[in-house]
Ligand binder design. Structure first.
Ligand code: NAI
Length: 339
């Protein structure tokens, strides 16, 4: 198609293959919604990742420009842009990882659930194509409401007979990124060494940061833990309000998405002990989908890790989030089965 752009600063395929084999196995990453607020900086960050050999940028419009731009960066991956549904098959063909930031973002006054109908439809159609053209890819779902779009994707894949629960991920990394940043600020410790697991889901009270397990330990007073928890849960709203009608988190989300995709790539490449929080099919609570620490491997999810010891405040938060998360899951399943 005339819309495609290919980068090839080095020329022939043989040369590229030699270069690739020096840098690990070939890995194709597709970004669906690549011309958007998240998609563009995510495309940039994935172009900087040396584990990527092929970067496929898909959107309904605008991707040839993004691809041409990003393709001039002198890093490993070959970049192609695809615009329009007629090019989706080729965009997905052979993908190892598909990252989905397609959809509409929140505006002030909207909850993630308000986005439901538009984004649910987009996710459903994109996942139908994934089932057809790259059924073995790891899917990194960013489109909100993640609490529902992941169950929708699961239903679409089940219907297509391609569902593998080890390969479907809701990206909750931004919650972890925020929890780390906010905790480091309060605890007055260098942020680079901070770890905070965040479990549950990816909206409001369903986001449950486990500050009792945060490292390095800081013994913050309880009121500060409450405030940090609330700020982490409302982090998205903080950005939506500051952007005042111009959308939601894009730059920090692109960073978080790139971190999570990098972890998936490392897992695929056999790097041991790659652990990130993600919203996945789960049996660690009675809910069918739940975010927790996950060990990543050659087939995607290697192990869903348990919650560990919780403080009383976190136990309370866990019980409080279950009804909302359950109903968001049911809403997704219902949407997928009806439409
Ligand atoms: P945006 O509106 O700037 O970009 C969305 C892009 O998706 C646009 O380029 C649009 O053309 C494209 N798109 C729409 N329909 C499509 C389709 N059928 N196929 C392919 N592309 C399609 O929105 P932004 O800010 O990039 O947000 C995208 C999504 O990410 C939203 O659903 C938002 O709520 C979600 N989000 C998720 C976060 C998370 O932590 N998981 C954090 C922030 C946002």
């Amino acid at each position: 198609s005339a819309l495609k752009r290919t980068s090839s600063s080095t020329g022939g395929h043989i040369l590229r293959r030699d270069f690739s084999s020096e840098s690990g196995p070939n890995r194709k990453v597709a970004v669906l919604g690549a011309a958007g607020g998240i998609g563009q900086p995510l495309a940039l960050l994935m172009k900087l990742n040396p584990l990527v050999s092929h970067l496929s940028l898909y959107d309904i419009a605008g991707t040839p420009g993004v691809a041409a731009d990003v393709s001039h960066i002198n890093t490993r991956s070959e970049v192609k842009g695809y615009a329009g549904e007629e090019n989706l098959a080729e965009a997905l063909d052979g993908a190892d990882i598909v990252i989905i930031p397609a959809g509409v973002p929140r505006k002030p006054g909207m909850t993630r659930d308000d986005l439901f109908n538009i984004n649910a439809g987009i996710v459903k159609s994109l996942c139908t194509a994934i089932a057809k053209y790259c059924p073995h890819a790891l899917v990194n779902m960013i489109s909100n409401p993640v609490n529902s779009t992941v169950p929708i994707a699961a239903e679409v894949f089940k219907k297509a007979g391609t569902y593998d629960e080890k390969r479907l991920f809701g990206v909750t990394t931004l919650d972890v990124v925020r929890a780390k940043t906010f905790y480091a600020g309060k605890a007055k410790v260098p942020v680079a060494g901070v770890n905070v697991p965040v479990v549950g889901g990816h909206a409001g009270v369903t986001i449950l940061p486990l500050f009792s397990q945060a490292t390095p330990k800081a013994n913050l007073p309880h009121e500060e833990i409450i405030a940090l928890t609330k700020r982490t849960q409302d982090g998205g709203t903080e950005v939506v309000e500051a952007k005042a009608g111009k959308g939601s988190a894009t730059l920090s989300m692109a960073y978080a998405g790139a971190i999570f995709a990098d972890a998936c790539l490392k897992g695929l490449n056999g790097v041991p002990d790659v652990v990130e929080c993600s919203y996945v099919q789960s049996t660690i609570t009675e809910l069918p989908f739940f975010a927790s620490k996950v060990r990543l491997g050659k087939n995607g999810v290697e192990e869903v890790l348990g919650l560990g010891a919780l403080s009383d405040f976190e136990k309370e938060g866990l019980e409080k989030l279950k009804p909302e998360l359950q109903s968001s899951i049911e809403k997704g399943i219902k949407f997928a089965s009806q439409s």
